[in-house]
Design a protein around this ligand. Structure first.
Ligand SMILES: *Cc1c(COP(=O)(O)O)cnc(C)c1O
Length: 229
């Protein structure tokens, strides 16, 4: 079941990649979002080919991290509170949700404490939704430069969550705008940032995100079915 759905998602991504404009040749990294799914589901997905998993809560991720007997790359995709920074740097290979100088400083300090250079994405709130985290576009470049100057962080790109529009096609201009911003920041000469990830697209909108240039998508429901809360 999980295996079949995973292959369906992979096939959809491949189709969407063919529909991209010619200036975007990036491969697409699929993150299987395992929040609220148990370790058995995780093992099934990994055995079917998943290499990257996404979690949004520290406590849940920590329990799974300590239990899972498979090697995978761990992504933190949810909002992070500064008081959890220490735990986050111990678990995650890539943190997608840096959205303030305050949080960046906490992560930098926590990473220094364990001699790690923590890879991060900055989360952008393009639609200015109060209900979502992420920095507004007008403060973005300043934050990116501040992160680039931190010894124990390495900036790898941008992440966004599209609004829940009634008509999913309404996400398209927003994704296209994110791609423009991403292309722009790729051209900046950073000290040590390595801008290569544009993380956008979830189950209901990942095909559109890929068409518009996403190279990382985060899919939960599409692989594991609905979450039980
Ligand atoms: C839960 C979550 C996802 C996956 O959502 P689905 O709709 O189940 O694919 C992706 N990104 C973030 C930030 C999430 O919190």
């Amino acid at each position: 079941m999980i295996e079949e759905k995973l292959h369906e998602v992979e096939a959809n991504i491949a189709t969407s990649m063919k529909n991209r404009s010619e200036d975007c040749q990036d491969d697409v990294l699929l993150i299987a979002v395992t929040k609220n799914h148990d370790i058995h589901a995780m093992r099934q997905a990994i055995d079917a080919g998943v290499t990257d998993i996404g979690e949004n809560r520290i406590q849940e991720a920590k329990e799974k991290y300590e239990t899972l007997d498979r090697k995978v790359t761990w992504h933190l995709i949810g909002h992070l509170q500064t008081n959890k920074a220490k735990q986050a740097v111990k678990i995650f290979d890539l943190i997608h949700s840096v959205d303030s100088l305050h949080l960046a400083k906490a992560l930098n300090k926590a990473a220094a404490g364990i001699n790690k250079v923590q890879k991060v994405l900055v989360q952008v709130n393009l639609a200015h939704e109060d209900s979502k985290s992420g920095i507004y576009e007008d403060g973005l470049e300043e934050l990116l430069h501040q992160v680039d100057e931190m010894d124990n962080l390495q900036l790898m790109g941008l992440m966004c969550i599209a609004p829940n529009y009634e008509n999913v096609e309404d996400c398209r201009p927003l994704f296209a705008n994110m791609k423009k911003i991403y292309d722009h920041i790729k051209e900046i000469s950073w000290q040590k940032a390595n801008i290569k990830y544009l993380s956008m697209g979830m189950t209901h909108d990942y095909t559109i995100a890929v068409e518009e240039g996403a190279n990382v998508v985060r899919v939960g429901t599409g692989i594991f079915g609905p979450r039980q809360y």
